[in-house]
Ligand binder design. Sequence first.
Ligand code: CP
Ligand code: NVA
Length: 306
Amino acid sequence: MAQPIRHFLQFADLSTDELQHVFARASLIKERFKRYEFYQPLRDRTLAMVFEKASTRTRVSFEAGMYQLGGSVIHLTTGDSQLGRAEPIEDTARVISRMVDLVMIRTYEQAKIQRFAKSSRVPVINGLTNEYHPCQILADVFTFIEHRGSIAGRTVAWIGDANNMAYTWIQAARLLGFTLHVSTPPSYPLDARLSVTGPHLKVFDLPLEAARGADLVTTDVWTSMGFESENEVRRKAFTDWCVDSEIMAAASPQALFMHCLPAHRGEEVTEEVLEGPQSVVWDEAENRLHVQKALMEYLLLGHEVT
Ligand code: CP
Ligand code: NVA
């Protein structure tokens, strides 16, 4: 009997065991790739990427990753497809998924990607929505594991906006057994509908308190894509939510710093922290490539891999 299609629309779409499998595969795939070993399990397979927002890392990592696995890629944007001319998303999904083997989408509302997935014959991957950015957190957790070992039992401090990254970290904390400390400005609290509560989530008024003793401090831009009209108001509200050396000093002496990038130096993070010895932002960006190769492999081939 055919297996049901697996999508990766949010982090919690994979179980803890499946996430551990993807991390283990990412490690092996990365190692082999660095040794110039040929590994092309997705020959003849095609990935369609639909971008309704800008991207550098997501586009390059998915495109390079799919080619490296032996497949090919089609890049679509709202402007150059019928999506921009109001073809229903369900119709687009039915057509594209008869022609390709995987679809990655970066768009606005999570509801849109869910509608697409419902009409898709092939796995759909969330390449960022307003609500979640699961591929980025796969890379971030993988990067933590590479530098510090298991993330279970650790503390991660999220300092900044209650955005797609924050909501994905919350899901990751619950699934992978670590504690997430969150501090956002009072006028930008977490949306309760996107924040599963429990011992894995602790909310702090002050960023310094959230950072205390953390094994990882992480942040993101004050204004995410799609919210640019709020830029000026946000700039004022977020002034104290800047990861600087004082915040890093409150964290564990071994704490890492992460940022999904692009970063605005002098806003959510100082130049000193971003370029400092605790920062692993470039490893984090590179690891998008390796974890997404493992993810695509898993969604198409399951555990039957070499
Ligand atoms: N971090 C991230 O997703 O970057 P891009 O917007 O460049 O894809
Ligand atoms: N929160 C940011 C992440 C960019 C990769 C945004 O959505 O714009």
